[in-house]
Ligand binder design. Sequence first.
Ligand SMILES: Cc1cc2nc3c(=O)[nH]c(=O)nc-3n(C[C@H](O)[C@H](O)[C@H](O)COP(=O)(O)OP(=O)(O)OC[C@H]3O[C@@H](n4cnc5c(N)ncnc54)[C@H](O)[C@@H]3O)c2cc1C
Length: 441
Amino acid sequence: MMWKTATFSGWGRLPYGTCEAARPERLSQLRAAMTGGGAGTVIARGLGRSYGDCAVNEGGRLVLTERLDRLVSFDATTGEVVVEAGISLRSLLDIFLPRGFIVPVCPGSAFVTVGGAIANDVHGKNHEKDGAFAAHVGWFELMLPDGEIVRVSRESDAALFDATVGGIGLTGIIVTACLRLTRVPSNALIVRERPVPDLDALLAKLHEEASATYSVAWFDALAGGGGLGRGIVETATVSPTSIQIKPRKARSLPITPPSLVLNPLSVRAFNALYRARMPSNGRESLRGYDKFLFPLDSLRGWNRMYGKPGFRQFQSIVPAAALVPLLERIRASRAGSFLAVLKAMGPAGTGMLAFPMAGYAVALDFPNRPGVVELLGDLERITLEHGGRVYLAKDSCLSAQGFAAMYPRLPEFQDVLERVDPKRRLGSTMSRRLGIRGGAP
Ligand SMILES: Cc1cc2nc3c(=O)[nH]c(=O)nc-3n(C[C@H](O)[C@H](O)[C@H](O)COP(=O)(O)OP(=O)(O)OC[C@H]3O[C@@H](n4cnc5c(N)ncnc54)[C@H](O)[C@@H]3O)c2cc1C
């Protein structure tokens, strides 16, 4: 295993400069990568699906975990699985869905590792019902900066568990994890789609179907006035019967289009088309889990859609009262993409820096054009004024002050870092930008 100089970008393809990277395949190599390699900080990187700079380490070192991806054990009576943390949710679903088990919390892409899912405590379209990823984790083994591996559970070390969950890799490298998969009766979901004319109707429909496991809304970020928040609400319940699913064939975006292709006119046209294909009373269909949970995974390289300048993603959770000012500001910018998503979120878990909390999560992309950083600053302010928070997995612009105010358990988190990493060997571009731990890379 060799350290190689490489340039990594965030998933939005924003350039983040150069760092050293190693891709260990065995535990001994992982330990060598963690403890060797000279000065500078280290951070783990899974499949790099975070949009911003939490898995980037300009001027420092990255440990790529994707080859530490073995299945260690599985208990079919309880659904308990022990895996190496570099395994992807894609692999877990391919192995276990045909056997009647699903990953209990799936973000919008299956191309994320278990380590990345814990380190961002990811949430899915079932957060209200099932909580976030860490709620289904029994324990994990964590490699500390000195190479020692400790098994961490809520019982053995609650503070280290809660700092690692959503802790963006800053407590160590998760080596293995024990998760509990959920038993499901089939490979399919009964999906209901309902068009809604405005925000009130959207929020009502999101909560209407108490039996639904999953719910999510798409909204038209360019619609204003009485149509603010108009869109489509999707809910899904588990189907008792399976369906035939054709083998997955991912299409690729053939070229990197010029960034001008996505402008308010084309986005408006797309949004109109999207709504027009929906009967006015909605529709119901049987869909495989993949098609419902990971719509973007079928278009490989979709993130190149924004052309060379890339894009910035924004996601925050806010109370209902903040939705109008937030959506108004997004609409006024005329910069919002067609990928505008709103989800109802349940209560927060125990992670000190974990994102999920009660409220509504709003997520969308903005092409990286002049004015976008100012726009994100305004969205940060509106979020903060209403007691909300911005998601670190999606962030590239949050201010250190805004971050500290949104994540009040930061001092507690910093105390854990002082205990497990007193020499400050772990760090990322994000941890320095947000002032989580100062100092050089
Ligand atoms: C299309 C798309 C849709 C998405 N939808 C959602 C969604 O609905 N909900 C949601 O919550 N998120 C969503 N995300 C974000 C994504 O789930 C997270 O960014 C996730 O953390 C990415 O996992 P990864 O393996 O790529 O980790 P990376 O992006 O490589 O790393 C993420 C963080 O995890 C740390 N890390 C990675 N591996 C380890 C390890 N072994 N030990 C310790 N730390 C580690 C890294 O240091 C970094 O801080 C989406 C992303 C995409 C691209």
